[in-house]
Design a protein around this ligand. Sequence first.
Ligand code: PLP
Length: 396
Amino acid sequence: MPATPVYDFDAPVDRRGTDSSKWDMMERAFGVSPDDGLAMWVADMDFPAPDFLQDAVKGLLAKANYGYFAGYETFLDAVQWWMQTRHGWTIDTDWVFTTFGLGNGLAMAIQTFSAPGDHVAILTPVYHEFAAKIGRTGRVVTELPMGTEDGVFVLDFDRFDRLMTGREKMLLLSAPHNPAGRIWTQAELSDLAAFCARHDLILVSDEIHCDLILTGHKHLPMHLAAPQIADRLIMMSSASKTFNIAGSRTGCVTIPDADLRARFGTFHRSLDISPNLLGVTLTRAAYSQAGADWVDQLMPYIAGNAQLFNDGVNAIPGLSAMPMQSTYLAWVDFAGTGMNRDEIHDRVYRQARIAATPGHTLGTGGETCMRFNLGTQRARVAEAVARLQEAFSDLQ
Ligand SMILES: Cc1ncc(COP(=O)(O)O)c(C=O)c1O
C-alpha cells in the first residue's frame, strides 16, 4: 500500500488572479484591495487541490472525452462509502439526488415542500443564503434567533414556539452551524425533531460542513439523531466545502422517505437536472481513502488556526470569538467595544484591510458580529490577528 502523503498546509499560496471569487472579488465587495488585503469571507479554503484530485482531473483529460458519460453509479457508491465510513450512516444509493451544489438543492427543496407565501423558519444568525433563497422563491422568512450561553449558540424552543406564526411549512437547519461551527447535540436534535413534529414542518438538514470537524467533536447526522421524523427529513451534503471543490457545483440531496423522495424527484426531474462530469469526477476522487487521509490532516491544522485566531482576538478588549467545534468559519462579536457597525467595519475593512463577512447579513443576532474564514495558511491567520490587534489597539 502506498504511504499516506504528508500535506503541507503552510505552503504559501497566492490565489489572486486565479478567478477565485474570494480574492478576485474582495475589492468590489468590501473595498479591500487584494494587493495588501486579506480575503477571509467566501467559504472556501486557500489550499491547493491535493494530488488525488489533480490526478482525477488528469485522468479525465487523458480520455479526451467530454461527451455524455457512463459510470454515475460509481459516484453514488463513493457517496455511500463516505457516509458509512465517516459518519456511520448507511444510505441506499436510490435515496440520493445530485444537484448543482447545495444552493440549488436548498432552492429546489423550498419549492417542492412549500408554496409561494408560505413561511420557512431559520435559526439565526445563519448562512445568509438561507434567507435569500426563501425570499427569492417567494416564501417568507420566520427568524428564530438563537441565544448564547457560555459564549456558544443555544436553542430555546419555548421561545421558538412563541415566534411561530402558524404559516411555516419548513425549517432549514445548518448542521454543523455556519457560522462558528456549533455541533448540535443529540438532545438538541431530539428537541428540534419534536419542534418540527409539533409545528408540522419539513426539516432540511444542510450538513455541508459535516466533514470539517475539529478534534474532540463528532457530527451526528440528523437521520441518526432523529429517525422518528424520517417522514419529514431531507438531508443535504457535498464534498465541496470539505475538499474545496465548490466550483464543480455538485451536491447530494438524500431522502430516505419514499413519499418525500417522490415529491422531490418530480420537481428535480421537471428541471432536468443531471450530474456533470467534472463534479462527479472530483467528488468520486474526494470520497476515497486518500480524501479521508487529507481531511484527517487538514482538521488539526484548522484547529491550530482557530486557536491562534480566537486567542488573539479574545485578547482585544471588547471582542469575543465564539469557541469553534467545526468548520473554518470563526464568529467574532464586537459588541463589547460599544462601537456602531460603521466604525467596526471601518476598522476591519479600512484599517486592518481584512475582507470578512458582515454579521448583520446572517440575520438577527449577527448585528454586532463578523465572520472570518480561517481556511488558509497559518501565517495569514497570524497576520490577521496582528492587524486586528493594531486596528483596535486604542482599546488595549
Ligand atoms: C450551510 C451552507 N449551505 C450551502 C452552502 C452552499 O453550497 P454550494 O456551494 O454547494 O451551493 C454553503 C456555502 O457556504 C453553506 O455554508
